[in-house]
Write a protein of this length. Sequence first.
Length: 402
Amino acid sequence: MLIVKKFGGSSVADKERIYNVAKRCIEDYKKGHDVIIVLSAMGKTTDGLIAQAKEINPCASKRELDMLLTTGEQISVALMSMAMDALGVPAISLNAFQVAMRTTRKYGNSRLKKIDTDRIKHELDARKIVIVTGFQGINRYDDYTTLGRGGSDTTAVALAAALHADACEIYTDVEGVYTADPRIVPNAKKINEITYDEMLELATLGAKVLHNRSVEMAKKYGVPLVVRSSLNRASGTVVKEEVRMERMLISGVAADKNATRVSVIGLKDEPGIAFKLFNLLAKNNINVDIILQSVGRDGTKDISFTVAQDDAKETIDLIEDNKNRITAQRVECETDVAKVSVVGAGMTSNPGVAAKMFESLYNVGVNIKMISTSEIKVTVLIDQKNVDKAMQAVHDAFGLGE
Ligand code: ADP
Ligand code: ASP
Ligand code: MG
């Protein structure tokens, strides 16, 4: 069997944990399996590197930032290989260059395009455990790129897909995927099985237990995923196409603090204005989420929408620069907001979901700023300071807790 095992930052945070991971992987190796390990940077290394870069130059180029960030993963793979060696097991660490993991051009949020599997196969054939850096790739200029925060999950799934692995196991600091972030909602319940679609929605809406692109890729290539704890042997959560269990109405609640509300005020109330505004943003690769347009009055209207916090400055600058063309009088933004969502494939046919969510927020005095719904989710935008109590209230209203 070929097994890909991915361990997140907290699972390799110090010497004891590195040895814990090494020993766990050696168990599989000794059973005769081929083992590929994908690692994140140790503990909060990536945050530390970002802070260091900001100190030197708050406007550091994305290329140099990626050059810096990729060092984090390189440290963990090398140390892991040394631990394996100390335990008497042959292993080799490889970075994105050595494997040759090709990505798109973009720095900071690149997409994996092609993985050369020759080197890895060669090392596996030599009965070595292969330890690969997560989160990084190389682009057409042979520069390092990164896959976006949390991107090591995607590296693992991509390797599992490229090598037709029999299993892809994502080890983290919780026992699996829960009905809400167990650090915010203490009575959240572990989900035994979840579909790719529901997991993708939860991950996209802020449940960072899996990088959303890893789920997208797992679905595309039919890679069954298991999310479980690196600290104990609990069974974890299986992410796959179909789940056997009785379909639950709601699978979970997610929150995303990485949102900014942008309001464009005093636009002309005439055809083509929304097109001009959103076309401008699309051309600059800015992803827009919830959109709200006011009813026109006195020939003008306002349009509000949310963007990721990282894109907020660029969005405001773009609109300011194009104020006349899009007929805006002014643009405002609000950064201390957050999105809270309920997700569930079973809610398509249930009209009460949105109302129940709004009632639960009303009960804890949380004001809703914007709303967006789809077949599989309801999302509200609220003040960031209310996120924890909103999550708990919504979670309990749907009876998700233990
Ligand atoms: P790793 O470093 O292992 O990749 P992450 O911090 O990226 O770990 O992801 C694990 C964290 O995700 C957990 O510690 C938990 O706080 C958070 N999380 C958010 N939503 C969920 C959820 N629905 N289920 C489980 N964990 C969640
Ligand atoms: N080290 C990277 C991060 O902190 C990638 C990852 O952990 O998956 O975002
Ligand atoms: Mg992660």
